[in-house]
Write a protein that binds this ligand. Structure first.
Ligand code: SF4
Ligand code: F3S
Ligand code: FES
Length: 249
Protein backbone atom coordinates (compact mmCIF):
# COMPACT_ATOMS: atom_id res chain seq x y z
CA UNK A 1 0.00 0.00 0.00
CA UNK A 2 1.43 3.35 -1.02
CA UNK A 3 1.25 6.75 0.60
CA UNK A 4 -0.80 9.74 -0.50
CA UNK A 5 1.18 12.59 -2.04
CA UNK A 6 0.30 16.08 -3.16
CA UNK A 7 0.67 16.72 -6.91
CA UNK A 8 0.03 19.96 -8.75
CA UNK A 9 -0.36 19.56 -12.49
CA UNK A 10 -0.79 22.28 -15.09
CA UNK A 11 -3.98 21.82 -17.08
CA UNK A 12 -4.95 23.90 -20.06
CA UNK A 13 -4.29 24.59 -23.72
CA UNK A 14 -3.02 27.36 -25.99
CA UNK A 15 -5.69 29.73 -24.67
CA UNK A 16 -4.51 29.43 -21.05
CA UNK A 17 -4.66 27.17 -18.03
CA UNK A 18 -3.87 26.75 -14.36
CA UNK A 19 -2.39 24.37 -11.80
CA UNK A 20 -4.74 21.71 -10.50
CA UNK A 21 -4.25 19.96 -7.13
CA UNK A 22 -4.44 16.21 -6.62
CA UNK A 23 -3.90 13.79 -3.75
CA UNK A 24 -2.57 10.63 -5.32
CA UNK A 25 -1.16 7.31 -4.19
CA UNK A 26 2.55 6.74 -4.68
CA UNK A 27 4.26 3.38 -4.26
CA UNK A 28 7.85 2.50 -3.58
CA UNK A 29 10.12 2.64 -6.63
CA UNK A 30 7.80 4.78 -8.73
CA UNK A 31 8.76 7.65 -11.00
CA UNK A 32 6.82 10.85 -11.72
CA UNK A 33 5.42 9.40 -14.95
CA UNK A 34 3.94 6.44 -13.01
CA UNK A 35 2.07 8.89 -10.81
CA UNK A 36 0.79 10.83 -13.81
CA UNK A 37 -0.46 7.57 -15.28
CA UNK A 38 -2.22 6.81 -11.98
CA UNK A 39 -3.88 10.22 -12.14
CA UNK A 40 -5.09 9.38 -15.64
CA UNK A 41 -6.36 5.99 -14.49
CA UNK A 42 -8.13 7.13 -11.33
CA UNK A 43 -8.95 10.84 -11.37
CA UNK A 44 -8.48 12.65 -14.64
CA UNK A 45 -8.60 10.40 -17.71
CA UNK A 46 -8.27 13.32 -20.13
CA UNK A 47 -4.91 14.53 -18.75
CA UNK A 48 -2.61 14.83 -21.80
CA UNK A 49 0.99 13.67 -21.49
CA UNK A 50 3.45 12.46 -24.11
CA UNK A 51 5.49 9.35 -23.38
CA UNK A 52 6.64 6.22 -25.10
CA UNK A 53 9.46 4.07 -23.71
CA UNK A 54 9.40 4.65 -19.95
CA UNK A 55 13.11 3.88 -20.05
CA UNK A 56 14.76 7.26 -20.63
CA UNK A 57 15.45 6.51 -24.27
CA UNK A 58 12.69 7.95 -26.46
CA UNK A 59 12.90 11.55 -25.22
CA UNK A 60 9.10 11.98 -25.25
CA UNK A 61 8.26 12.58 -21.59
CA UNK A 62 10.10 15.89 -21.16
CA UNK A 63 8.37 18.15 -18.64
CA UNK A 64 9.22 20.56 -15.86
CA UNK A 65 9.14 19.07 -12.38
CA UNK A 66 9.31 21.59 -9.56
CA UNK A 67 10.55 24.07 -12.15
CA UNK A 68 13.38 21.86 -13.45
CA UNK A 69 13.38 20.37 -16.96
CA UNK A 70 13.38 16.58 -16.48
CA UNK A 71 12.28 13.31 -18.01
CA UNK A 72 9.14 12.19 -16.17
CA UNK A 73 10.11 8.53 -16.53
CA UNK A 74 13.55 9.03 -15.02
CA UNK A 75 12.59 11.18 -12.05
CA UNK A 76 12.17 8.96 -9.01
CA UNK A 77 9.60 9.92 -6.42
CA UNK A 78 12.17 8.99 -3.75
CA UNK A 79 14.15 12.12 -4.69
CA UNK A 80 11.43 14.30 -3.09
CA UNK A 81 10.75 14.73 0.61
CA UNK A 82 7.62 12.85 1.80
CA UNK A 83 5.68 16.04 2.44
CA UNK A 84 6.96 17.87 -0.66
CA UNK A 85 4.42 18.99 -3.24
CA UNK A 86 5.42 17.84 -6.72
CA UNK A 87 4.52 20.41 -9.35
CA UNK A 88 4.47 19.28 -12.97
CA UNK A 89 4.25 21.80 -15.81
CA UNK A 90 4.82 21.64 -19.57
CA UNK A 91 8.11 22.73 -21.17
CA UNK A 92 8.13 26.50 -21.05
CA UNK A 93 10.03 27.27 -24.24
CA UNK A 94 7.56 25.63 -26.61
CA UNK A 95 3.87 26.37 -27.18
CA UNK A 96 1.42 24.26 -25.21
CA UNK A 97 -0.92 22.00 -27.14
CA UNK A 98 -2.70 20.60 -24.10
CA UNK A 99 -1.77 19.98 -20.46
CA UNK A 100 1.79 18.58 -20.42
CA UNK A 101 2.08 18.25 -24.20
CA UNK A 102 3.95 20.95 -26.09
CA UNK A 103 4.51 21.59 -29.75
CA UNK A 104 8.22 20.98 -30.35
CA UNK A 105 8.13 21.71 -34.08
CA UNK A 106 10.72 24.46 -33.57
CA UNK A 107 13.31 21.72 -33.17
CA UNK A 108 12.35 19.85 -36.33
CA UNK A 109 12.47 23.10 -38.23
CA UNK A 110 16.01 23.76 -36.96
CA UNK A 111 17.01 20.21 -37.89
CA UNK A 112 15.81 20.80 -41.44
CA UNK A 113 17.78 24.03 -41.72
CA UNK A 114 21.08 22.28 -40.93
CA UNK A 115 22.79 21.08 -44.13
CA UNK A 116 22.84 17.28 -44.15
CA UNK A 117 25.88 14.99 -43.99
CA UNK A 118 27.68 15.37 -47.31
CA UNK A 119 29.91 12.35 -48.08
CA UNK A 120 32.26 12.36 -51.08
CA UNK A 121 30.25 11.88 -54.27
CA UNK A 122 32.38 8.97 -55.50
CA UNK A 123 31.61 6.85 -52.41
CA UNK A 124 28.53 4.64 -52.30
CA UNK A 125 26.78 3.86 -49.02
CA UNK A 126 28.55 0.76 -47.71
CA UNK A 127 31.91 2.05 -48.88
CA UNK A 128 32.25 4.57 -46.07
CA UNK A 129 35.26 3.80 -43.90
CA UNK A 130 36.22 5.62 -40.71
CA UNK A 131 39.03 5.26 -38.23
CA UNK A 132 37.86 4.07 -34.81
CA UNK A 133 39.25 7.23 -33.26
CA UNK A 134 36.91 9.33 -35.42
CA UNK A 135 33.95 7.13 -34.53
CA UNK A 136 34.70 7.57 -30.84
CA UNK A 137 35.11 11.32 -31.08
CA UNK A 138 31.54 11.88 -32.21
CA UNK A 139 29.97 8.91 -30.41
CA UNK A 140 29.05 11.07 -27.42
CA UNK A 141 26.86 13.31 -29.58
CA UNK A 142 25.10 10.32 -31.14
CA UNK A 143 23.67 9.45 -27.73
CA UNK A 144 21.20 12.36 -28.02
CA UNK A 145 17.61 11.14 -27.51
CA UNK A 146 16.09 14.41 -28.74
CA UNK A 147 14.29 15.12 -25.51
CA UNK A 148 14.87 18.85 -26.16
CA UNK A 149 15.44 19.55 -22.47
CA UNK A 150 18.60 21.44 -23.45
CA UNK A 151 16.63 23.50 -25.95
CA UNK A 152 13.98 24.19 -23.33
CA UNK A 153 16.38 25.37 -20.65
CA UNK A 154 18.59 27.63 -22.76
CA UNK A 155 17.96 31.24 -21.69
CA UNK A 156 18.56 32.54 -25.22
CA UNK A 157 15.12 31.29 -26.27
CA UNK A 158 13.44 30.30 -22.97
CA UNK A 159 11.88 33.71 -22.46
CA UNK A 160 12.84 35.24 -25.77
CA UNK A 161 10.55 34.22 -28.58
CA UNK A 162 12.22 36.91 -30.69
CA UNK A 163 15.54 35.00 -30.69
CA UNK A 164 14.06 31.79 -32.05
CA UNK A 165 14.44 32.55 -35.77
CA UNK A 166 18.17 33.22 -35.36
CA UNK A 167 19.09 30.52 -32.82
CA UNK A 168 19.15 26.77 -33.40
CA UNK A 169 20.02 25.80 -29.84
CA UNK A 170 22.41 23.36 -28.14
CA UNK A 171 20.92 20.18 -29.62
CA UNK A 172 21.83 21.42 -33.09
CA UNK A 173 25.22 22.74 -32.04
CA UNK A 174 26.16 19.18 -31.12
CA UNK A 175 24.85 17.98 -34.49
CA UNK A 176 26.93 20.60 -36.30
CA UNK A 177 29.95 19.69 -34.20
CA UNK A 178 29.45 15.99 -34.92
CA UNK A 179 29.38 16.67 -38.66
CA UNK A 180 32.37 18.97 -38.36
CA UNK A 181 34.35 16.11 -36.78
CA UNK A 182 33.15 13.60 -39.37
CA UNK A 183 36.09 12.66 -41.62
CA UNK A 184 33.80 11.95 -44.59
CA UNK A 185 31.81 15.16 -44.45
CA UNK A 186 32.92 17.27 -47.39
CA UNK A 187 31.55 20.54 -46.07
CA UNK A 188 34.39 22.54 -44.57
CA UNK A 189 32.26 25.40 -43.28
CA UNK A 190 30.32 23.80 -40.42
CA UNK A 191 31.73 26.19 -37.83
CA UNK A 192 31.10 29.22 -39.98
CA UNK A 193 27.55 28.03 -40.61
CA UNK A 194 27.07 27.58 -36.87
CA UNK A 195 28.15 31.16 -36.36
CA UNK A 196 26.32 32.72 -39.30
CA UNK A 197 23.15 30.60 -39.56
CA UNK A 198 22.68 28.81 -36.24
CA UNK A 199 23.32 31.72 -33.89
CA UNK A 200 26.31 30.21 -32.07
CA UNK A 201 27.31 33.73 -31.04
CA UNK A 202 24.16 34.08 -28.89
CA UNK A 203 25.43 31.33 -26.59
CA UNK A 204 27.34 32.79 -23.67
CA UNK A 205 28.32 29.40 -22.25
CA UNK A 206 25.97 29.30 -19.28
CA UNK A 207 26.12 25.47 -19.45
CA UNK A 208 22.49 25.03 -18.38
CA UNK A 209 22.04 22.78 -21.41
CA UNK A 210 24.80 20.44 -20.22
CA UNK A 211 23.35 20.32 -16.71
CA UNK A 212 19.94 19.06 -17.83
CA UNK A 213 21.04 16.57 -20.49
CA UNK A 214 19.81 13.11 -19.40
CA UNK A 215 22.48 11.48 -21.59
CA UNK A 216 25.21 13.51 -19.84
CA UNK A 217 26.50 14.84 -23.13
CA UNK A 218 29.08 17.54 -22.46
CA UNK A 219 27.33 19.90 -24.84
CA UNK A 220 29.15 23.06 -23.84
CA UNK A 221 32.66 21.74 -23.25
CA UNK A 222 32.86 19.25 -26.10
CA UNK A 223 30.76 20.88 -28.83
CA UNK A 224 30.04 24.56 -28.26
CA UNK A 225 33.35 25.79 -26.84
CA UNK A 226 35.55 23.96 -29.40
CA UNK A 227 33.39 25.33 -32.24
CA UNK A 228 33.59 28.84 -30.85
CA UNK A 229 37.36 28.56 -30.41
CA UNK A 230 37.89 27.27 -33.89
CA UNK A 231 35.78 30.00 -35.44
CA UNK A 232 38.04 32.51 -33.73
CA UNK A 233 41.12 30.54 -34.79
CA UNK A 234 40.13 30.61 -38.39
CA UNK A 235 39.52 34.28 -38.36
CA UNK A 236 43.10 34.83 -37.27
CA UNK A 237 44.78 32.05 -39.15
CA UNK A 238 42.77 30.45 -41.94
CA UNK A 239 45.69 28.39 -43.23
CA UNK A 240 46.21 26.63 -39.90
CA UNK A 241 42.53 25.85 -39.70
CA UNK A 242 42.33 24.45 -43.20
CA UNK A 243 45.44 22.36 -42.63
CA UNK A 244 43.94 20.93 -39.48
CA UNK A 245 40.75 19.92 -41.27
CA UNK A 246 42.62 18.27 -44.16
CA UNK A 247 45.25 16.40 -42.12
CA UNK A 248 42.68 15.01 -39.75
CA UNK A 249 41.19 12.94 -42.58
FE1 SF4 B 1 18.18 15.89 -24.77
FE2 SF4 B 1 20.82 15.95 -24.29
FE3 SF4 B 1 19.91 15.57 -26.79
FE4 SF4 B 1 19.66 17.94 -25.62
S1 SF4 B 1 21.58 16.94 -26.17
S2 SF4 B 1 18.10 16.90 -26.82
S3 SF4 B 1 19.29 17.38 -23.49
S4 SF4 B 1 19.65 14.21 -25.05
FE1 F3S C 1 22.34 28.05 -24.01
FE2 F3S C 1 23.91 25.99 -23.45
FE3 F3S C 1 24.91 28.17 -24.47
S1 F3S C 1 22.21 26.72 -22.26
S2 F3S C 1 23.66 29.77 -23.63
S3 F3S C 1 23.48 26.85 -25.45
S4 F3S C 1 25.87 26.86 -22.99
FE1 FES D 1 10.75 7.64 -23.15
FE2 FES D 1 10.55 8.97 -20.84
S1 FES D 1 9.01 7.82 -21.83
S2 FES D 1 12.22 8.97 -22.25
Amino acid sequence: MGTKRHFRVWRGDDTGGSLQDFQVEVNEGEVVLDVIHRLQATQTPDLAVRWNCKAGKCGSCSMEINGKPRLGCMTRMSTFADNETVTVTPLRTFPVIRDLVTNVNFNYQKARELPAFAPPKDLEPGEYRMQQVDVERSQEFRKCIECFLCQNVCHVIRDHEENKPAFSGPRFFIRASELDMHPLDTRTDRKELAQAEQGLGYCNITKCCTEVCPEHIKITDNAIIPMKERVVDRRYDPVTWLGRKIFRR
